[in-house]
Design a protein around this ligand. Structure first.
Ligand code: CA
Ligand code: CA
Ligand code: CA
Length: 218
């Protein structure tokens, strides 16, 4: 073993390998797996049947009730969602739907969706994506328009995105063409140099471990 390895061996032995191991682990963790832009969910609501107070396929009711409707407010025909389905329950203060997805730490998620205004009435829509929340004021009779919100996942596991329309009067903003994308994450891809460094570091760790094991056997 050369001098450099011996020096590393001394550090390794003195601190029980903790420092070197932690350094290598930190280097590996600093570079989360590279991701490529991908659509992981999309829905145009067009396969649903138009009906009052229903759960769109693939969604859950987050609050109150929603309606599957048709008409010019839809960005794609024939269907879209009236986010205020109206429950007749005075205790209900918001109506809306949500969808579950599995988040990966370090990945940025973009939620794209179209909102249109209700006839003759402004509505406020709360959108939540992972830990982030956003509020949209949708003016009366707004034509369908595209919105995008984002969330950089700081933790993994089950997460949701939800659309909630404030109030409970059966006249809600109109939702259509929802899509969840992961963003290209090239910035977190290890440089070739960094990969080589991690590789050589792991190789060194392996050699040191073997050396220590053989010493123990002596
Ligand atoms: Ca549609
Ligand atoms: Ca309804
Ligand atoms: Ca309303």
């Amino acid at each position: 073993m050369n001098n450099s390895s011996n020096n590393q061996l001394r550090v390794y032995s003195k601190h029980g390998g903790g420092i070197l191991m932690k350094t290598m682990l930190a280097m590996v963790l600093a570079f989360p797996p590279a991701t490529h832009a991908a659509t992981i969910f999309s829905d145009n609501f067009d396969t649903n049947t138009q009906a009052q107070d229903v759960t769109p396929a693939g969604w859950f009711i987050d609050a109150g009730a929603v309606d599957i409707i048709g008409g010019a407010k839809c960005h794609s025909s024939p269907n879209c969602v009236n986010l205020d389905g109206h429950t007749n329950d005075p205790r209900v203060t918001e109506n809306g739907i949500g969808h579950l997805f599995t988040a990966t730490t370090g990945v940025t998620y973009d939620l794209l969706f179209w909102l249109a205004g209700a006839e003759g009435q402004a509505n406020t829509v709360d959108v939540a994506l992972g830990d982030n929340t956003f509020t949209f004021l949708v003016a009366a009779d707004d034509a369908p328009s595209l919105h995008t919100v984002s969330w950089l996942a700081t933790h993994g596991g089950f997460e949701t995105f939800t659309f909630g329309n404030r109030g409970n009067d059966s006249v809600g903003a109109v939702l259509d063409d929802v899509r969840l994308d992961t963003r290209e994450a090239q910035a977190t891809t290890p440089e070739p140099g960094a990969s080589a460094l991690i590789g050589s570091g792991l190789l060194t760790l392996g050699l040191l471990f073997r050396k220590r094991q053989s010493r123990r056997r002596k």
